[in-house]
Design a protein around this ligand. Structure first.
Ligand SMILES: [Zn+2]
Length: 87
């Protein structure tokens, strides 16, 4: 057994409040369990760069606005429920 942290993948959907652009970004949420300390969660982006929160990078790539809404992360399940193949 190794002590590697657990990680889950979460995809957030962003909507720009200024230009209406929508996009998605996928983050990894790492769980560090350390005896004697509360559980620590840390987001990392595609480049494994640590983030305070996905909201911290919520800037519209089209117009640069920070008036961005973020929807709840979707579970990163491979198959949908409507039978449509991914992609
Ligand atoms: Zn925008």
């Amino acid at each position: 057994m190794t002590a590697e942290p657990d990680a889950v993948t979460e995809t957030f959907a962003f909507t720009c409040g200024d230009c209406g652009h929508t996009w998605e970004r996928t983050f990894k949420l790492m769980f560090f369990t350390d005896p004697g300390r509360p559980d620590i969660q840390e987001y990392v982006d595609e480049n494994d760069e640590p983030l305070r929160s996905p909201l911290a990078v919520a800037v519209c790539p089209r117009c640069g606005s920070r008036a961005v809404q973020v929807s709840s992360p979707k579970p990163d399940s491979g198959t949908g429920t409507d039978g449509t193949p991914p992609g």
